[in-house]
Design a protein around this ligand. Sequence first.
Ligand SMILES: NC(=O)c1ccc[n+]([C@@H]2O[C@H](COP(=O)([O-])OP(=O)(O)OC[C@H]3O[C@@H](n4cnc5c(N)ncnc54)[C@H](O)[C@@H]3O)[C@@H](O)[C@H]2O)c1
Length: 355
Amino acid sequence: MNAFKQMAEMGHEQVAFFRNDDVGLRAIIAIHNTTLGPGLGGCRLYPYASEADALRDVLRLSRGMTYKASIAGLDLGGGKAVIIGDPGIKSEALFRAFGQAVQSLGGRYITAEDMNTNVEDMNNIHRETDFVTGGGQATGGSGDPSPVTAWGVFHGIRATLEVVFGSPDVRGRKVAIQGCGNVGRYLAGYLAEAGASLYYTDINGARVQRVIDQHGGVAIEGDEFYGLDVDVLAPCAVGGIINKHTIPLLKAPIICGGANNILNDEVPDGEALAEKGVTYGPDYVVNAGGLINVYSELKGYPRAKAMDDAANIFNTTKSIINKAKSEGITTIEAANHLAEARINAVAKLRSFHLG
Ligand SMILES: NC(=O)c1ccc[n+]([C@@H]2O[C@H](COP(=O)([O-])OP(=O)(O)OC[C@H]3O[C@@H](n4cnc5c(N)ncnc54)[C@H](O)[C@@H]3O)[C@@H](O)[C@H]2O)c1
């Protein structure tokens, strides 16, 4: 697997492997960078085809968390965990064993929900460690972060609209949402309330129907999404969907959604979008609301403050797009440069010895 080589290439500090055969736990926790604070990131339960796939995923995801926390101005580093397993087979013991693994790192890593893990799983983790966020109220947790994530994405969309059309007003704008799960359906609610016309696709037809019943709008076929003649494409399902195959199909002037790793290959895909005149609201900038929410939980802030901070994604997104324009670079590069600059500046503070 060349673990050390991969860690060195991506700049990771630590990767820890955990097993407990009695409960079926095989987990990897990756801590990318703790310059700004403890590594925080969700725990993903997924039936990876191989251990190498699991390692690759946790390394990529934990690095992404470093950038997301930095650009959001939080005192957090980047970390992430994966449990290799069947999402259909969950148990209290599995998550308690994972909680023990988290506890053993002494606070260098703080966990939260991710794909296939939920509030109940966080509650079980909390039985073994305090280094967990996103549990239910009974454990002092802030629960499901997706309404805050979607609120941040909504403001990211408003920022891209302002840059492209001169006004952030959503009224009358056409937005297509791919993925009507937690983030997609809350985003649909905010957009519908602001007067947008909505189009939806999801591999689960019942989810599309649920969101149409709640907020109105039109169902589209999965393949129609990329070539749809709308103002905004909002990917809120899986990553890698903007790539060399889908970019030639695009008609929408804006891509801005909640999914992680929307661009399949950051540099060439970012450049191809820029050449085509498509404005891309960088994924980890606009979907930072969930992280902002769990950070609020750690700090003891009320949800109203998390919502206000997530709304500030409007300003962050706008300044990143403007930086990209003035420097002739892609929006994802502009975001990366700002995130790295903050980490490097804070790292220099450490050289000042406090007597
Ligand atoms: N939940 C959060 O707070 C949060 C925060 C940051 C980023 N994200 C990212 O946002 C995305 C969505 O997260 P979520 O919590 O809403 O997940 P979710 O599982 O609740 O919803 C995802 C939806 O996408 C659908 N889907 C899957 N593959 C699809 C495809 N190929 N085409 C169309 N639809 C498809 C699923 O059926 C599901 O309804 C993920 O990429 C996640 O990493 C979520």
